[in-house]
Structure formats: structure tokens, C-alpha cells
Design a protein around this ligand. Structure first.
Ligand code: HEM
Length: 221
């Protein structure tokens, strides 16, 4: 039986949408700096990119605090259980009207593929963006073309990492937008991230799979 459940708390929704806005704006201004198109003008693009970057960093600090104080970081513990089933679902099952291989519950909001992808974003892609971005800043501004303390005399490697991670983030957003529409209805995931509420079949995992049971044990431990 379906039940309306409060699944995304207010800070979580605020963080999600601020992050979406920041990344969208950073990608737009960043690719203008890169030379992909002209909209704000190069100098303004650099100025806006820097402001958005600082906003993004402040948001990340609050988000890290929130994840640890609420214990929500456990949602991202990776698992290989049902991972293949989840991949097969997106490749084949979804086109044959097959049911979702894992059920969403309050204690296990993410499917195994999401856990892995979001964890990689949090510990690899976003840190790469932030660290290379800050190095880019310090290379450009205070020391004008050099970071003496780190013996960095060329921007090439920094720019390569920053741009590669930017492409990865943009690719993620495109896939994320498609997958967003594959919930129980086209808009159910979007509505949940706006209102916090979602209709779930088994809200608290009463008939959960082994995968979900394990997650629950970990959270309770
Ligand atoms: C806290 C995070 C970030 C910081 C500190 C940062 C900082 C910077 C800086 C200082 C520049 C060079 C500006 C100049 O040439 O004077 C730059 C360029 C760029 N940024 Fe970011 N950025 C961040 C996040 C992002 C994100 C999230 C994206 C895209 C999704 C992005 C995409 C780009 C791109 C494509 C360039 C041009 C790189 C090139 O062509 O060499 N940045 N960023």
C-alpha cells in the first residue's frame, strides 16, 4: 500500500537546489571562460564564476556538517548488492515496464547505482573541482602566474583537471535529469525534492530486500 512520506528534509532540499543552481551557473560562466561561447563577456564571467565558487564552497561546508550531524552520510555507503539488477533495469527493464529492482524507503533513499555515483561525486569529482578551482584562483590572482609555495609554474595541469571534472559534472547533470523522470511517475522525484513528500510503497522498509535490511542495520548500529 502506498503511503505519503516525508523523505527530504528542508535543509536537504535547500542544499540540493542551491547546489543545482551553483553548478549550473558555474558551468555557464566556466565554459564562457573556456571560450565555448560569449554571454556575460570574459571579464564578467570570471568575476561571476569566482562569486559563485565562494557561494558553492560555503554551501559545501554546511552540507558536510549536515550530513555528519544527521547521520545521512550513511545513505551513500556503497554496495554491490542489486547493482547489476539496477543497471539492467535502466538498460532493459525500464523499457519493458519491469518493476524497480529496489524500493525507496526513508532509511534507504538511494538505489545502489545512485549510492555509487553520488559517493564518487562527493569524494572525487567535487573535490577535484574545488581544489583545482582554488589552485586556479591562487595561480591567477595573488602571485600572477605562479604558486611559489607549491612550486607550480604552469596552469596546464590545473586547467586540465578543472575542465575534465567540469565535463564530468555536466554529463552527470544530463543523465540525472533523464533519470529524474524515471520514478513511479514522470514528476514524482521532482515533486519530492520540491515538497519533501513522496508516495512510497513501503515507506519504512517492512517488506524490504536484503539490501535495504542491511542498510537499516548499519544506520541503527
Ligand atoms: C569551488 C569551485 C570552483 C572554483 C574555486 C573555480 C574556480 C575557477 C577559476 C579561478 C577559473 C579560471 C578563471 C580565470 O581564467 O581567470 C575557472 C575556470 C573554469 N571553471 Fe571553475 N571553479 C569552480 C567550480 C566550477 C564548476 C562546478 C564548473 C563546471 C561545472 C567549473 C567550470 C570551469 C571551466 C570550464 C573553466 C575554464 C577552464 C579553462 O578553460 O581553463 N568551475 N574556475
Amino acid at each position: 500500500m502506498k503511503q505519503k512520506v516525508y523523505i527530504y528534509r528542508s535543509f536537504e532540499r535547500f542544499w540540493h537546489w542551491m547546489q543545482a543552481l551553483s553548478i549550473f551557473f558555474l558551468a555557464a560562466t566556466g565554459f564562457e571562460i573556456h571560450g565555448s561561447f560569449t554571454f556575460f563577456g570574459y571579464q564578467n564571467a570570471v568575476k561571476y564564476h569566482n562569486i559563485a565558487a565562494y557561494t558553492f564552497i560555503v554551501l559545501i561546508v554546511f552540507a558536510i556538517f549536515w550530513h555528519f550531524t544527521t547521520g545521512e552520510w550513511r545513505q551513500y555507503l556503497p554496495t554491490t548488492k542489486h547493482l547489476k539488477a539496477q543497471i539492467n533495469f535502466y538498460l532493459i527493464g525500464i523499457f519493458q515496464n519491469a518493476p524497480h529492482p529496489t524500493k525507496k524507503t526513508v532509511l534507504s533513499k538511494l538505489n545502489p547505482l545512485q549510492k555509487l555515483t553520488y559517493l564518487a561525486l562527493k569524494i572525487l569529482v567535487i573535490p577535484t573541482m574545488v581544489i583545482s578551482g582554488l589552485l586556479y584562483m591562487f595561480y591567477r590572482y595573488p602571485q600572477k602566474g605562479m604558486i611559489e609555495g607549491l612550486n607550480i609554474g604552469t596552469i596546464e595541469v590545473i586547467a586540465l583537471f578543472h575542465t575534465a571534472a567540469a565535463f564530468l559534472l555536466v554529463a552527470f547533470i544530463i543523465v540525472h535529469l533523464y533519470l529524474m523522470t524515471t520514478g513511479s511517475t514522470i514528476t514524482s522525484n521532482l515533486k519530492a525534492m520540491i515538497t519533501g513528500y513522496e508516495e512510497l510503497e513501503d515507506a519504512h522498509g517492512n517488506h524490504e530486500s536484503e539490501n535495504l535490511k542491511n542498510d537499516k542495520k548499519e544506520v541503527e548500529a
